[in-house]
Design a protein around this ligand. Structure first.
Ligand SMILES: Nc1ncnc2c1ncn2[C@@H]1O[C@H](COP(=O)(O)OP(=O)(O)OP(=O)(O)O)[C@@H](O)[C@H]1O
Ligand code: SF4
Ligand SMILES: [Mg+2]
Length: 320
C-alpha cells in the first residue's frame, strides 16, 4: 500500500465565540475526520452551507489551527508547525477560492498578482518570472496580452483562470478548489471545470474539490466525501455515490440537484452547527432523517466500511 500524499487523522475544529452577554458558545465545525488522499487523486467534498467544508480546507493549509487530530503531508506531520516553518507546506498545497472578485487584489496587474508568490517562494530572476507567468497564463487558456491589465478588466471566468494560474505558480502538488465555479454562469462553469480536468492530467495534480453540487463534484472527482454537520457521513467512488447513494442525507442532496443548465438552489434548512453542539448525542442528521429510530437519538454512528471502498455513518442502512 503506497503512503497517502495527505492523511487526516481524527481532525476536529471547535470555534469558540463570545456572545454579547460574555457567555461562550461553541461551534464544532469539523468533527473527527479521518481521510487518506492518494497522489494524483481528485477527492470531492460535498455538503450544504455551514457543514464545515471551508474550515476543513483552512485546516489543511493551516490557515486555522486544529483543535484535535493530525495532518500528515507526504509522510511529514505538519499539525503543529510554527508559522515560520509553514513555507514548504504553502508551496506544496495551494487553494483557489470561490470568488475571483475578492481574491484578486484590484490594485495589482495580472503580472504583479502572478509574480507575488514567486518573489516570496523562489529565487527566480525578473526575466525568468516573466517567462514563467506568461507560460502559466497560456496553460489556463489566456495570453501575455493580459499581463499588464487589472482584474476588473476581465470576466468572472477569466478572473477564475487567473486565480488558478496564481495557485499554480509555486508548482503545488495539491490544489484545494473551494467552490471554484459556483460564482460563475452555468456555461462558464463548464469551461472552467474542463480546464481543471485538463490541468490535473497535464500537471499530475492532486485535487480536493469542494462544492455544494454533487453533479459538479462527480464530474471532477474520483471519490466523493459527503459532509454533514462537520463530519463525513458517506465516502466512496463518485459514480457510486451519485448512482447508488446510501446515506439519507446524500439522497437528499441528489434529490435537490437542479435540472441541467440551472443553478443549484440551497436546501431548505442549512445545518445549524450551534444546535449540533448542543445535540452531542446521537446522529447529527436525526431531526431531518426519514429513517430515524431510537438508536439514532442516543448513539452517533461512526464512519464504517459498508462495502469495499464505500464508507457510511448511519445505523439505518443495512446490507440486504
Ligand atoms: N472563523 C470562524 N469563527 C467562528 N465560526 C466559524 C468560523 N469559520 C467558520 N465558522 C463556522 O463553522 C461552521 C462551518 O463553516 P464553513 O465555512 O466551514 O462551512 P462551509 O461548508 O464552507 O459553508 P459554505 O458552503 O457556505 O461555504 C459554520 O457554522 C460557520 O459559521
Ligand atoms: S443514523 Fe439514523 S438518523 Fe442518522 S442518518 Fe442513519 S438512519 Fe438517519
Ligand atoms: Mg465554504
Amino acid at each position: 500500500m503506497t503512503l497517502p500524499l495527505l492523511r487526516l487523522e481524527n481532525v476536529d475544529k471547535v470555534f469558540v465565540k463570545k456572545t454579547m452577554m460574555g457567555k461562550k458558545s461553541y461551534i464544532h465545525a469539523v468533527r473527527g475526520i479521518t481521510l487518506d488522499i492518494q497522489r494524483g487523486e481528485a477527492l470531492g467534498i460535498v455538503g450544504e452551507s455551514g457543514c464545515g467544508k471551508s474550515t476543513l480546507a483552512s485546516l489543511i493549509i493551516r490557515l486555522e489551527t486544529l483543535t484535535r487530530g493530525k495532518i500528515i503531508l507526504d509522510g511529514t506531520d505538519v499539525t503543529s508547525l510554527k508559522e515560520k516553518d509553514l513555507r514548504p507546506l504553502r508551496r506544496f498545497v495551494q487553494i483557489v477560492f470561490q470568488d475571483p472578485y475578492s481574491s484578486l487584489s484590484p490594485r495589482m496587474t495580472v503580472e504583479e498578482i502572478l509574480t507575488e508568490p514567486l518573489k516570496i517562494m523562489t529565487k527566480l530572476s525578473k526575466a525568468e518570472m516573466h517567462a514563467k507567468v506568461t507560460a502559466l497564463l497560456e496553460l489556463v487558456g489566456m495570453n501575455a496580452s493580459c499581463l499588464d491589465r487589472y482584474p476588473h478588466e476581465f470576466s468572472g471566468g477569466q478572473r477564475q483562470r487567473i486565480s488558478i494560474a496564481r495557485a499554480l505558480t509555486t508548482e503545488p502538488e495539491i490544489l484545494i478548489l473551494d467552490e471554484p465555479t459556483s460564482a460563475l454562469d452555468v456555461s462558464v462553469q463548464a469551461q472552467v471545470l474542463n480546464l481543471l480536468n485538463d490541468l490535473r492530467q497535464k500537471l499530475h495534480l492532486t485535487y480536493i474539490f469542494i462544492s455544494h453540487n454533487l453533479a459538479v463534484v462527480k464530474y471532477i472527482s474520483d471519490r466523493t466525501a459527503v459532509m454533514y454537520a462537520g463530519q463525513i457521513v458517506e465516502l466512496g467512488p463518485s459514480e457510486k455515490i451519485m448512482l447508488e447513494p446510501l446515506h439519507p442525507y446524500t439522497r437528499e442532496l441528489i434529490a435537490a440537484l437542479p435540472a441541467v443548465g440551472k443553478k443549484l438552489k440551497p436546501l431548505t434548512k442549512a445545518a445549524d452547527m450551534t444546535e449540533n453542539v448542543a445535540q452531542e448525542r446521537g446522529c447529527p442528521y436525526q431531526n431531518r432523517c426519514p429513517l430515524v429510530d431510537l438508536r439514532c437519538k442516543s448513539e452517533r454512528p461512526p464512519l464504517a466500511q459498508f462495502e469495499p471502498g464505500h464508507f457510511l455513518a448511519c445505523w439505518g442502512v443495512t446490507k440486504s
